[in-house]
Design a protein around this ligand. Structure first.
Ligand SMILES: Cc1ncc(COP(=O)(O)O)c(C=O)c1O
Ligand SMILES: N[C@@H](CCCC[NH3+])C(=O)O
Length: 463
């Protein structure tokens, strides 16, 4: 079937998917501000620009695939979260979403704290100058070495996740003659409306100590008996990519209820609660995320109301957004390789990356959007599936998308909202070399994580 057979209207219209791509967008060239980072525009040539730089020049200089991160947007989001929560609360950026030395520096400068969940994330944070007291350590299976490192560095809090860990952290702190600040992570029994693999507060999963069967209360009892631990609060994280505040509301209510129980049983008012991260972002223009000021207001009101009911002094609140800060700030820039039209179905558009740089589509059925960014096009919309170059039929980056029918090998396309959980979950499958992260701001670009090289991989292969 030739392209000219479909001069107008979408091709493959007989298999239009449900949802966002049920119909092609009115203008395929439009870069929708709901999914693209703040400084993205099209220039006079029709190419996309970010931070004042043409994506064609970025591809030329840094190669593809590449994650392009809009520093101005990242900093603006940090400031918005800080301002929304104010002096009476703390914002811990969740480093698992994406962490690098540059990011740590920006966080430090913008007054955010940092949540890490491994000894190596902790090492990056400390190396890049984040003060230890502004770091929280998470993890359901922290090793002895990780605990040792956190305690000796003097991290501001360790979030305890199991009974064994209470003993381990207490012993390590005692050995070093310090009193370690800790929170207890509880599972509040909320089914967050998100993918099963990223919901974390129902009881049947590996994180935290359940409220419902008294495990959380028992953990409090045990921690309060240990001189080397200072129990400062309770932590709850209900899941990720959540749009519905109802789950947070239930979580806040149950956590405050536990604080009241602790006061009643032990005569102690714990001074902190952390309600975790999990706020959703727009991956497609259909998603409608909360703004930080609305989240801060809603959470603040819930906690205040529940504390008043329970007769408690409102504790200091903290939150741990990861995706909501870094997710929208980056896009992945790919070069189009082969395209394969399946008549009556769709066109497979292969790019020079794939599931090794974005596992989220394969893992969570995540939806993304995509656009031709090296030029504009007036061609008809073509129902497309953007796939990678890996030996796996599930190697899909964007499941359903309209791209212009004149798409050609060598064109650049970009997938927005890939700042979170893409580079940080990237793999070397098929010995793919993980792409660089290029930060752009004010007309300047710099590599903050360089592209892996064959030498990097061969150096590990010592057989
Ligand atoms: C304990 C904890 N805090 C914060 C986050 C960050 O979540 P998100 O990136 O969805 O905000 C996670 C990941 O889901 C987490 O497990
Ligand atoms: N990695 C997941 C979310 C889990 C976050 C960590 N608890 C994602 O890409 O959506």
């Amino acid at each position: 079937m030739s392209r000219s057979a479909h001069p107008a209207g979408p091709r493959h219209a007989d298999v239009l998917p449900e949802g966002h791509y049920a119909a092609p967008p009115a203008d395929l060239n439009h870069l929708d501000a709901r999914v693209w980072s703040r400084t993205v525009t099209r220039n006079a040539d029709g190419a996309a620009e970010v931070g004042g730089l043409d994506v064609r020049a970025l591809a030329e200089e840094f190669g593809t695939p590449a994650y392009v991160l809009d520093e101005q947007d990242f900093r603006a989001r940090c400031r918005a979260w800080r301002a929304a929560f104010g002096q009476g609360a703390d914002v811990f950026y969740a480093g698992k979403a994406f962490l690098s030395r540059a990011v740590v520096k920006w966080l430090h400068e913008e007054g955010l704290n940092l949540d890490v969940c491994s000894g190596t994330e902790l090492a990056v944070a400390l190396d890049a100058g984040m003060p230890a007291e502004r770091i929280a350590l998470h993890g359901n299976n922290k090793s002895a070495a990780e605990i040792e490192r956190a305690v000796t560095a003097g991290v501001g809090r360790i979030v305890l996740d199991s009974f064994q860990e209470i003993v381990r952290v207490a012993a390590t702190a005692a050995r070093h003659g310090v009193r370690q600040r800790v929170q207890i992570r509880v599972t509040v029994g909320v089914e967050a409306h998100t993918h099963e693999f990223i919901a974390t507060a129902h009881e049947d999963q590996k994180f935290g100590l359940a409220l419902v069967d008294g495990q959380a209360a028992e953990a409090v009892r045990r921690v309060l008996k240990l001189d080397s631990l200072e129990l400062v609060g309770i932590h709850s994280h209900i899941g990720s990519q959540i749009f519905d505040m109802a789950g947070f509301e239930v979580a806040a209510r149950r956590v405050v209820r536990l604080l009241a129980d602790v006061r009643d049983e032990h005569g102690v008012e714990l001074p902190e609660i952390d309600l975790g991260g999990g706020l959703g972002i727009a991956y497609t223009p259909d998603d409608d995320p909360w703004e930080p000021q609305d989240i801060a207001k809603a959470l603040g009101e819930i906690v205040a109301r529940e504390c008043e009911t329970a007769g408690l002094r409102p504790p200091r609140l903290s939150v741990e957004p990861g995706r909501a800060i870094v997710g929208p700030t980056a896009f992945t820039l790919y070069e189009v390789g082969t395209t394969k039209e399946l008549e009556g179905l769709r066109t497979y558009v292969s790019v020079d990356g794939g599931m090794s740089d974005n596992i989220r589509t394969a893992l969570y059925d995540a939806e993304y959007s995509v656009a031709l960014v090296s030029r504009t096009s007036d061609a008809a919309p073509m129902l497309s599936r953007v796939v990678g170059k890996h030996c796996e039929s599930g190697d899909i980056v964007v499941k359903d998308a309209f791209l212009p029918a004149d798409l050609t090998p060598g064109d650049l396309i970009a997938v927005p909202a890939t700042g979170a959980y893409c580079r940080s979950m990237a793999s070397n499958y098929n010995h793919a070399l993980r792409p660089p992260v290029v930060a752009v701001a004010d007309g300047r670009a710099r590599v903050i994580v360089r592209r892996e090289t064959e030498e990097d991989l061969l150096r590990l292969d010592v057989g």
